[in-house]
Design a protein around this ligand. Structure first.
Ligand SMILES: [Zn+2]
Length: 199
């Protein structure tokens, strides 16, 4: 079985070098594609940026070159967004526990603390879609009361609040608004970086 390789040369951004696109194919109609920048001048100002995109429902990868400084700015905003998300999630989880843990745990006090009773409550409040058997295997190695308490998380806010009969919590709702600002900054930095790109 042999691979055939074909190179295609395109001018780079500054015009002194090339972008080389290599396509390889074999007898089985398998294709491989790669691209590289052959220009010392462009390499000073541009960095490789590889990203995923969705095409006809499939994940594909694309390679391009983007301005070095704009890339740094984008990376910083991306980092900032991640940090903010993790900080906010922790803060909002703490808020959930402080405000709602006792009320949530109280919902389990009317019946004996057995796996069956807890599973039935979880089903009722839509916190699990597991069968009883699967639920048992998931809770095998941890304490049942700890498992119940651990559900009080920001990501479960709608289910927990609805279970204990709280209609809304404006603090929890501010999470998205807080995050949105950082998302916007990241998206803007990416847009600006992509405007500088070439492939
Ligand atoms: Zn160049």
């Amino acid at each position: 079985m042999s691979w055939e390789s074909h190179d295609k040369y395109k001018p780079c951004r500054c015009g002194l070098g090339f972008i080389v696109e290599t396509t390889r194919s074999d007898d089985w109609n398998r294709f491989e594609y790669s691209t590289r920048l052959e220009c010392p001048e462009c390499r000073k100002n541009y960095v490789t940026y590889i990203y995923d995109y969705i095409s006809s429902g499939m994940y594909e990868q694309a390679t391009c070159w983007v301005d070095r400084q704009l890339y740094d700015t984008f990376q910083k905003k991306e980092e900032r967004l991640k940090e903010t998300k993790s900080r906010l999630t922790q803060q909002f989880n703490e808020h959930m526990r402080k405000e709602y843990l006792d009320k949530w745990v109280a919902l389990f006090e009317d019946s004996p603390y057995t796996k069956k009773a807890v599973w039935e409550k979880f089903k009722k409040y839509k916190l699990t879609s597991y069968s009883y058997k699967t639920f048992c295997s998931k809770t095998d190695k941890q304490s049942l009361s700890q498992f119940v308490e651990n559900q009080v998380l920001y990501e479960n806010r709608y289910l927990i609040l609805s279970a204990i009969g709280v209609e809304s919590d404006s603090f929890l709702e501010s999470y998205s608004a807080n995050l949105m600002e950082h998302q916007k900054a990241r998206d803007n930095a990416r847009r600006e970086m992509m405007q500088s790109s070439f492939r």
